[in-house]
Design a protein around this ligand. Structure first.
Ligand code: CAO
Length: 431
């Protein structure tokens, strides 16, 4: 046998028509005596309304925004037969119950159930706290006996419970940071400086692309153990061939770019070193290497709004002319801000060319979840010893950043040697 009982707002002093700002229970919830049911807000503070009985919530009568006073029905509670007598026959005795949070106590009348097992604090004394604060502590899993009281006459306040939880979390964080030898990084906070103290400044909001790429680059830089290997490729013959192809073309001919040759040579090198065309994955908690049998090559494109990486799909199945014209179209789309997600996803390796701009070398950041990226800078004529004398050769500086969890320095050096050999004599690509 069980009984359905309405639970009402108890005497809340002079307060009337208080708005409900939170309903803390829903049908089906089990509540204990003293568990908070509602939060009300007066012009001075908010207060929790505790349950005057234990049971299962059958229905919730009030909702956020309703106004309640003493005697308003809050919920109906299904009370098991073995639980009813203690509460039902309890003598309603006037007691002082602190319904307030961070505010002065209000005298109310409440039904008193048999006292719960007293929780002792460190000093062995029974902790002194209102039902709502006890309910709040119970909800957070806090042993009220361990909470240090700051209220009048040793009363434990809601703030005390919150402080206890914050301290416990901080201790947990510190312990975690110590136990992982500061793997949690434990960095100094970013300096918050008012630069206008030193001179005039102008504030410019970051573009959407900068915000997105910045967050990705920061994650990749921090989470991937990057190493960058450098190599030089003699592209004297290749550049002569490229210029010849472009000179042969008519008015509407494709413009053969160095980038297109680099993409083609990168694909051939990835085929020879498949671990560079992979991603790190996880299967049943174990790391696995996902080797991709497709070759979608991204290239970094500088746009007025920031860096984007459009992707040439199946570059292994395309000729250099097609790669060059697709790069041109995608770079234009990028500059016009018209790239869609499909243009920028699925890449397996990235080429970042600063050759048209300048530089002698840089460290590209891996475009995760890829595991390597090739950066090239401006090719320059250099005197190169050919065994008999110095000969002028066009030398392309290359930088390969790679993920040390997946590949190692020897593999990276071989990758670059292979790539340099292809660029030095492009006929080798057919071998
Ligand atoms: N060495 C010497 N010259 C080079 C070169 C190289 N490696 N690569 C290109 N050039 C020359 C070309 O010959 C061409 O010269 P001409 O105008 O005299 O013919 C000029 O530079 C422009 O080359 P291009 O039309 O082939 O364009 P590109 O390949 O240099 O650039 C693109 C295309 C999309 C890569 C470029 O516009 C771009 O955005 N680059 C920046 C990429 C970037 O920002 N990377 C850094 C990422 S990390 O922040």
């Amino acid at each position: 046998m069980s009984e359905i009982r309405e639970i009402h707002v108890p005497d809340i002093g002079d307060f009337k028509d208080l708005p409900v700002i939170d309903v803390l229970v829903k049908p089906g919830d089990t509540v204990a005596f003293d568990d908070p049911l509602l939060t009300l807000e007066s012009d001075k503070a908010s207060m929790d309304v505790p349950s005057s009985a234990a049971g299962t919530v059958a229905s919730v009568i009030v909702k956020v925004g309703d106004r309640v006073s003493k005697g308003s029905a809050i919920i109906t509670l299904q009370i098991a037969a073995n639980e009813t007598p203690a509460v039902a026959s309890a003598v309603i005795a006037p007691v002082v119950v602190d319904l307030m949070v961070n505010a002065a106590p209000i005298p109310v009348a409440a039904a008193q159930p048999p006292s719960p097992v007293p929780t002792l604090n460190a000093s062995g004394a029974k902790p002194h706290a209102s039902p709502s604060v006890r309910g709040y502590a119970r909800k957070l899993g806090v042993d009220i006996g361990k909470v240090a009281a700051t209220g009048k006459s040793g009363r434990i306040l809601r703030d005390d419970v919150e402080r206890f939880v914050k301290d416990a979390l901080a201790r947990l964080d510190n312990t975690a940071a110590r136990s992982d030898q500061s793997g949690g990084l434990n960095l100094l906070p970013w300096p918050d400086i008012d630069f206008s103290k030193f001179g005039s400044v102008e504030k410019v909001a970051l573009s959407r692309i900068k915000k997105i790429s910045g967050a990705n680059l920061a994650r990749n830089w921090v989470m991937i153990p990057h190493v960058t290997n450098n190599e030089e490729a003699d592209i004297t013959g290749l550049e002569a061939f490229r210029v010849q192809l472009n000179n042969e073309g008519g008015k509407d001919a494709i413009k053969y770019t160095m980038l297109a040759f680099l993409i083609k040579a990168a694909v051939a090198t990835l085929k020879a070193f498949p671990q560079f065309n992979s991603s790190l994955g996880n299967e049943d908690g174990e790391p696995v290497l996902i080797l991709k049998q497709y070759f979608h090559i991204g290239f970094a494109a500088d746009t007025p709004n920031g860096l984007v990486v459009p992707v040439i799909r199946d570059a292994d199945q395309k000729g250099i002319g097609q790669i060059a014209s697709e790069c041109g179209e995608l770079a234009k789309k990028a500059r016009d801000g018209k790239l869609g997600p499909a243009d920028m996803t699925g890449g397996t390796f990235t080429v970042s060319s600063l050759g048209g701009i300048g530089g002698t070398g840089f460290t590209p950041i891996i475009n995760a979840p890829e595991v390597a990226i090739l950066g090239v800078t401006r090719a320059q004529m250099k005197p190169v010893w050919d065994g008999n004398g110095f000969a002028p050769r066009l030398i392309l500086p290359m930088a390969l950043s790679w993920d040390h969890r997946v590949v190692d320095g020897a593999a990276a050096a071989r990758f670059l040697q292979h790539l340099a050999a292809l660029l030095a004599d492009f006929r080798r690509i057919t071998l």
